[in-house]
Design a binder for this molecule. Structure first.
Ligand SMILES: [Zn+2]
Length: 565
């Protein structure tokens, strides 16, 4: 679930507060007119139109859409005269992936008290294909245990399981961190980074912790605010083909059943078991919370599972540096989207991904064009279009695990995912701010062009963990995902917020995220222009960005400090 729509769910007072907190510059700097940019919005639009066309079938990995998308990107690099950057000198880094699909519909029944519920796939529950080499998944009358936020965090003295044995049982888990809804004065308040979501809040962590404890499966309760997206997004991202990196022991990180359930379905189940969902949810915020087995309740499901292996592609191009070719600045963007999936209300099944992330690939191609046209940089520039981001950052995870360029001498990763196409903004942002001084370099570029920087307004959404810079960061590489701002030249924050809300509600991860002539690429052109300048600065200097003290990635970077002169 990629990183976009940073601003959508922000309330007006929060926006007002943000206006105050935004890093603005002397009034004379903000001229009211967007800065000039070498990036051509018409070229951005032309690339986007092709990549997001129905013919590219939503660019699903291991589909004809992959062939078309990667073929187009390689052809464009060749046209620009930018050579391949893969190990063999070509453009392709093969990415082996496990591919998983539910065959038919899961049959799911839940019993509690004297009631039996039949949960419909996509409506009450969204079970994703089991990421295990199994042909059939069957869970029969498994006990159900509510484990609160399902977090074990010894470093903050928190353990929701308290020794509860959940082997072979289904666990019901809340999304986000235990302090997400905490009020000042509550013991947990601020214990998990306050507003900013920690990795414990992510659905991936919930699944991984359940697998570590041998559970039969996980039912994450969906609520829009703590999840930061609606049920449509959960449904669309979990009921289609799933992928995973190839693992030696997948059962270590995956239980047979990984699913989300609607809040109302959870509440009805708890009620039938004689419990109150909201009461237990409040209890889950207390340090002395203990898991609750739902009396007399059981969960059963059965579905056929198609597991196979495929090879997808990361596309790599490179402009070799003149004086320091072994030092690399990486630009990333994912080329994949959701492919062909469940129909929307209009019966449209193609998830075109014009914003997410055809416009990021268009940006990558425009950057390559500009750098290829200019004088050769001192350091090397790598353009990396990764696969399977929508499947869990798999292409970037694979690159980070099998780097082509030495991570110790990788200067930075600048990731681009889903620029807003609603006109130029006076600001830019990043996903999950305040972790690396790479951001200060971005701020300096913005200052020079009379614009401002707005910190990620939705730290509780955990955007830092939701795009392709994250696997790079985990290896210590200074990495950010840059994003469009909210303070539009035309209409200010008001207009920007409305545009983001509209995108999140009506197009994010839906077939309606399509190219239209109404899309305005001039804002993206300004933002990519800023990235271009930042890239030039990094490529023609001896700057080595780093992680801020106290961040979880600094130690990994410092480990190779001696290799950077
Ligand atoms: Zn994306």
């Amino acid at each position: 679930m990629s990183a976009r729509c940073l601003f959508a769910a922000v309330s007006r007072p929060a926006l007002a507060a943000m206006a105050v907190s935004a890093v603005t510059f002397p009034a004379l700097a903000q001229s009211g007119a967007p800065p000039k940019t070498p990036v051509d919005p018409a070229r951005l639009s032309a690339h986007d139109k092709v990549l997001a066309s129905d013919a590219f079938e939503g660019r699903g990995p291991a589909t004809p859409g992959e062939e078309k998308a990667t073929g187009y990107i390689i052809a464009q690099f060749k046209k620009l005269g930018v050579p391949g950057g893969a190990k063999d000198g070509g453009y392709v880094q093969p990415v082996p992936l496990g591919r998983f699909e539910i065959v038919g519909e899961p049959e799911t029944t839940v019993r509690a008290g004297d009631q039996t519920f039949t949960w419909t796939q996509g409506e009450d529950i969204a079970i994703r294909a089991a990421q295990l080499p199994v042909k059939q998944v069957e869970v029969k009358d498994a006990p159900i245990v509510f484990v609160g936020y399902g977090v074990t965090a010894p470093e903050v003295g928190w353990d929701d399981f308290k020794g509860q044995d959940v082997r072979g049982k289904m666990i019901v888990v809340l999304i986000n961190d235990p302090d997400f809804e905490a009020k000042p004065g509550e013991a947990v308040f601020g214990r998990f980074g306050g507003k900013a979501m920690t990795y414990y809040g992510r659905w991936t962590y919930k699944y991984e912790e359940a697998a570590r404890r041998g559970a039969a499966g996980v039912l994450i309760v969906h609520e829009t605010a703590p999840a930061s997206y609606g049920w449509a997004t959960v449904k669309n991202s979990n009921t289609n083909t799933q992928f995973d990196v190839v693992r030696t022991d997948p059962a270590k990180v995956h239980t047979p059943v990984e699913a989300w359930i609607q809040r109302d379905a959870a509440a009805a189940l708890f009620k039938a078991a004689g419990l109150d969902f909201d009461q237990l949810k409040a209890k889950a915020r207390q340090p002395d919370f203990k898991p609750v087995t739902l009396p007399g309740a059981s969960f059963s499901t059965r579905f056929r599972n198609d597991a196979s292996q495929i090879t997808s592609k990361n596309i790599v191009a490179r402009i070799a540096g003149r004086t320091h070719p072994d030092e690399t600045v990486i630009f990333t963007a994912h080329w994949d989207h959701l492919g062909v999936g469940l129909p929307d209300a209009k019966g449209d099944r193609i998830y075109n991904g014009a914003v997410d992330n055809a416009d990021g690939i268009a940006a990558l191609l425009e950057l390559a064009r500009l750098y290829a046209k200019g004088p050769k940089p001192q350091r090397s520039l790598v353009f990396l279009a990764v696969t399977a981001e929508e499947k869990g950052l798999l292409g970037s995870e694979y690159y980070a695990e099998h780097p082509i360029y030495d991570p110790a001498k990788t200067v930075a990763d600048l990731n681009m995912d889903a620029f807003m196409l609603t006109g130029p903004a006076q600001d830019m942002t990043t996903s999950g701010s305040g972790k690396t001084d790479l951001e200060d370099l971005l701020k300096a570029e913005l200052k020079a062009e009379g614009r401002s920087f707005t910190p990620d307004p939705l730290p509780e959404a955990g955007h830092f963990f939701r795009s392709d810079h994250f696997p790079m960061a985990k290896r210590g590489i200074p990495a950010i995902s840059v994003g469009s701002g909210i303070d539009l030249y035309k209409g200010g924050r008001e207009a920007g917020e409305a545009a983001e809300r509209d995108y999140t509600a009506n197009r994010y991860h839906q077939p309606s995220d399509e190219w239209t002539p109404q899309l305005d690429f001039s804002g993206e052109a300004v933002d990519v222009g800023t990235v271009y300048k930042l890239g030039l600065k990094l490529a023609n200097s001896r700057i080595w960005p780093g992680w801020n003290p106290g961040t979880e990635f600094k130690a990994e970077r410092d480990r190779t400090a001696s290799e950077r002169k």
